[in-house]
Design a binder for this molecule. Structure first.
Ligand SMILES: N[C@@H](CCC(=O)N[C@@H](CS)C(=O)NCC(=O)O)C(=O)O
Length: 385
């Protein structure tokens, strides 16, 4: 009998490896969000710790230089965590995380947006503002992303720290005058969530939703795992800490029979306030600056001023939210309005953008050899430069 010939690598993988590949970093905000989501859905995946060259290669396929980038088992790609979840939810139903009630589903998506975009600055701030955190994470990124760069580790670590502080502190408008407001965002988030998660397993009740996964990126990968914010969380919000562990270890059988929320829970008032008083005004400032062709977006948080370059990705994110609000049945819209209880926020959600809005690439993205993008990829804010 002749021995069967081994398949060439590619073909062997296609037959034997039905897992998805998640290109990211094990310390990354949005990689953590998508990993937790795929684990909860029972979708097998393999995390590939990205090097800078991997990031460039993925960006040439998906058009955006960010992480995670997900390659499905059929070779097609997904990118942008909120759209990855939307794509998977629309196709694989069991167990669904999207609430069936339209008002609750809207709020779940809104809280996901808040987690993705409003917690980003404090999460990056706590990682890069303090010596212990920056040393730990700077060296980890130097060992992984910069592994192909032939320089001593200490120098690569310094390069990483300097880059991250420049981009995510100074570049995100953090100054000595407003840093107290960045810290307050984190502390208020803990205070908003602690009583909720002490009394129920997930943000909207008995079942995880987009709200949990959106909040998870910042709360798990940064706040619960970077030394300075982790110490704060452990003493100030133990139920939030327990929830990060609960979500990370969640499997489909843990929640497939849990009832879906049929109304917006009443205990989320502080989160609604964070959304109406800080998050939506910030998105609105980006939208207005974009519409006026201005370079900078300006807004206040806790009375402190912030000024950052206009973020086209956030302009799209607000347009998406407005589109979702417009699609709600009137009764559900009224329920959301009552929850928000803020006339300015409601006006913003009820309006639409007059200027053309930047648009994402449609998903799924064909395999790498199906034609690479000929334009330079966008950065994480959707700028090309
Ligand atoms: N909207 C994207 C954001 C992805 C993102 O910004 N990821 C960060 C790391 S967690 C990144 O790639 N940063 C790139 C950089 O620092 O230039 C998503 O939700 O997936």
């Amino acid at each position: 009998m002749t021995k069967a010939k081994a398949l060439p690598d590619q073909a062997q993988e296609a037959v034997a490896d039905p897992v998805w590949r998640v290109y990211g970093l094990s310390l990354s905000y949005f990689t953590g969000k998508i990993e937790a989501y795929l684990r909860a859905k029972g979708q097998d995946y393999r995390l590939i710790e990205m090097s800078a060259a991997d990031l460039r290669r993925c960006a040439s396929i998906t058009g955006v230089a960010w992480m995670p980038q997900v390659e499905m088992d059929d070779g097609r790609w997904l990118t942008d965590s909120c759209r990855i979840i939307e794509y998977v939810e629309a196709r694989s139903t069991k167990p669904a995380i999207t609430p069936a009630n339209p008002a609750v589903a809207f709020v779940a998506g809104l809280i996901e947006d808040f987690g993705d975009e409003q917690l980003w600055r404090p999460a990056l701030y706590y990682r890069w503002a303090f010596a212990e955190d920056q040393r730990l994470r700077g060296e980890q990124i130097a060992r992984t992303m910069l592994r192909e760069l032939r320089l001593p580790l200490w120098l690569k670590t310094r390069i990483v720290i300097a880059r991250q502080r420049r981009v995510y502190m100074a570049g995100d408008g953090v100054t000595s005058d407003n840093r107290f407001a960045v810290e307050a965002e984190y502390l208020h988030c803990l205070d908003a969530l602690e009583p909720v998660l002490a009394s129920q397993p997930f943000v909207l009740g008995d079942r995880p939703t987009e709200a949990d996964f959106g909040l998870f990126g910042g709360l798990f990968r940064h706040f619960a795992e970077d030394p300075t914010p982790a110490a704060i969380m452990a003493s100030r919000a133990p139920a939030v800490l327990a929830w990060t562990r609960r979500l990370w270890s969640l499997r489909p059988q843990d929640f497939s029979h849990a009832p879906k929320a049929i109304r917006i829970p009443e205990n989320l008032g502080l989160l609604a306030l964070a959304i109406t008083s800080r998050f939506l005004p910030m998105l609105s400032a980006h939208q207005q600056a974009w519409a006026n062709g201005a370079a900078l977006a300006r807004y206040e948080h806790f009375g402190a001023r912030f000024e950052t370059r206009v973020n086209p990705y956030r302009v799209w994110r607000l347009a998406r939210l407005q589109g979702r609000f417009a699609a709600l049945p009137e009764e559900a819209a009224l329920e959301v309005e009552a929850w928000l209880s803020d006339a300015t926020a409601v006006r913003l959600l009820r309006s639409s953008q007059s200027q053309p809005v930047p648009q994402p690439i449609s998903l799924p993205i064909p395999p790498a050899n199906g034609g690479r993008l000929d334009r330079r990829p966008r950065d994480r804010q959707w700028r090309r430069e």
